[in-house]
Design a protein around this ligand. Structure first.
Ligand code: HEM
Length: 219
């Protein structure tokens, strides 16, 4: 059994399952965040739900584990690939943007990770963590207004979304290919679904800093 986690296919499988888990999480996270564009009250209701719901409390460590596994195996696979193929190769049956993304998955992932650390220190540490240690978290909506009035935070956020776009527009279909949907009928469909998913998620996330930076909210 332990051999599964050490074999090349086992490692790829772990990458794809953890990647698809993160893909699902992103969609859920985005839908919750978008309530901030509806009203302050709607966003507050969602934040209160996140702070108190038992399922969410259980999912937080599971999510952290999902990220840890994905990152750990991404390092292992990238190092192995660098050893095996120091010069790199071109992939003929992919679009150019997709093959560029496939060759730069680690760099794209690293950009996503840097922003994630910043994001956690700004939001999670000031809100959920405070509740967890028995203190009073900052009011979530004011935090959004405060952060997104800074142009540099908005720029960093958009750089993150662009990296995320390329990471998932390749990763989404690649994960299904790893799992076994690897034939000429399904690959183009999955590539199309990946592009649609990546566009929806990216536009959704970008709409939040744009909304707050341009002061489109009412308090
Ligand atoms: C929300 C964040 C993330 C999502 C949704 C995500 C999603 C995915 C998916 C679906 C795959 C495809 C797996 C496969 O080909 O079977 C993948 C691959 C990959 N991810 Fe991520 N990922 C995220 C964050 C990260 C981070 C933070 C890193 C590293 C610092 C990373 C590094 C990689 C690498 C290197 C690969 C390619 C592995 C290979 O060559 O097979 N990802 N990701």
């Amino acid at each position: 059994m332990s051999n599964i986690f050490c074999s090349t296919i086992g490692k790829k499988l772990i990458m794809s399952i953890s990647g698809l888990f993160l893909v699902t999480f992103l969609l859920l996270h985005l839908s919750l965040n978008l309530t901030a564009l509806v009203s302050k009250e709607a966003y507050k209701t969602v934040c209160d739900f996140m702070d108190t719901n038992i399922f969410i409390q259980i999912m937080v460590p599971v999510l952290a584990l999902g990220f840890a596994v994905h990152i750990l195996y991404s390092i292992i696979i990238t190092l192995r690939n660098m050893k095996a193929r120091p010069i790199g190769y071109s992939v003929s049956n992919r679009t150019e943007a997709s093959s560029w993304a496939s060759k730069n998955m680690f760099v794209l992932g690293a950009i996503v990770l840097c922003f994630l650390a910043l994001h956690l220190s700004h939001f999670w540490a000031k809100m959920q963590l405070q509740h967890f240690i028995g203190g009073h978290g900052k009011e979530a909506y004011s935090l959004l207004i405060e952060l997104f009035k800074n142009w540099y935070y908005c720029v960093l956020y958009i750089v993150w979304v662009i990296a995320l776009y390329f990471h998932i527009s390749h990763g989404f279909w690649s994960a299904f290919q790893t799992i076994g949907a690897n034939n000429s009928k399904w690959i183009p469909r999955l590539q199309c679904a990946a592009k649609i998913y990546a566009i929806i998620v990216s536009l959704g996330f970008i709409s939040i800093p744009v909304y707050f930076f341009f002061g489109l909210y009412t308090v």
